[in-house]
Design a protein around this ligand. Structure first.
Ligand SMILES: C[S@@+](CC[C@H](N)C(=O)[O-])C[C@H]1O[C@@H](n2cnc3c(N)ncnc32)[C@H](O)[C@@H]1O
Length: 227
């Protein structure tokens, strides 16, 4: 297995615009190093994230692209208005979007693009078969995550990867775990820490990844210890 465990320094950690409670201590924080290693391993052309908030996940993808000098474009799609699970951020309060935009412009200007829209509206910006890594982390009700998966699946490239966050959360109205359970016939990895992260190969699993899938326990132990 050629998978490499890097020790990145995340620019987001040194960005005063971003609250550390979200970036280094939030629900997604325990997956940042995996996301970073995944991007360096797969060297994707296009990464699209559905649901960005303060950018914990998004900036870890961008960091890997920057450090490895990859020719990768990263897109963050969010209304930055919140949803029924995160709460509404408030139309008059643009603080979150401005913070993410500021860090994106300073640290990742040639890499990252923020698309401030609904996920459905952003679909038209991407040709079918064009996305190599798709991260689905929007509203977590079952019908919502199912809708996001089905509407964006045509955009995924052959051998593309879909990431799902909150796969182990069993709170009322959370249904990612239900969808994740229905997708188990396809090649996948799963991390149970930090609310759970599913890594799915719905359009084929390339040969270099076959060996990685065999090392699920080793990877899980490593990233769990980094939480
Ligand atoms: C769970 S948060 C994302 C967390 C983020 N990935 C992180 O690393 O912290 C979900 C985000 O998705 C956005 N969202 C939910 N449904 C959406 C939709 N249909 N269109 C656009 N944004 C949406 C919300 O505004 C919210 O900021």
């Amino acid at each position: 297995m050629n998978w490499k465990f890097h020790t990145p320094r995340f620019a987001a950690d040194d960005s005063p615009e971003l609250p550390a409670s979200f970036i280094a201590g939030g629900a997604w924080s325990g997956h940042r190093r995996f996301a970073y290693d995944l991007v360096r391993f797969t060297r994707p052309r296009t990464i699209v994230e559905l649901g960005t908030l303060y950018g914990t996940s998004y900036f870890s993808f961008c960091q890997a692209v920057k450090d490895a000098k990859l020719d990768t474009s990263c897109f963050a799609v969010d209304t930055w208005q919140g949803d029924a699970h995160t709460g509404q951020y408030g139309l008059a309060d643009d603080t979150m979007y401005q913070a993410v935009n500021s860090v994106n412009a300073r640290e990742f200007a040639d890499i990252g693009t923020l698309l401030r829209s609904t996920f459905d509206e952003a679909l038209a910006a991407f040709p079918n078969g064009s996305i190599n890594i798709l991260h689905i982390d929007g509203y977590h009700a079952y019908q919502a995550v199912l809708h996001d998966y089905l509407t964006w699946l045509p955009k995924l490239a052959d051998n593309g990867i879909v990431l799902f966050h909150d796969t182990v959360v069993r709170l009322p109205d959370f249904g990612v775990y239900l969808l994740w359970g229905q997708l188990q016939s396809m090649p996948h990895l799963h991390f149970e820490h930090s609310n759970g992260l599913g890594v799915l190969f719905p359009k084929g699993c390339p040969e270099p990844f076959q060996a990685v899938l065999q090392q699920q326990e080793k990877l899980a132990a490593h990233y769990r210890s980094q939480e």
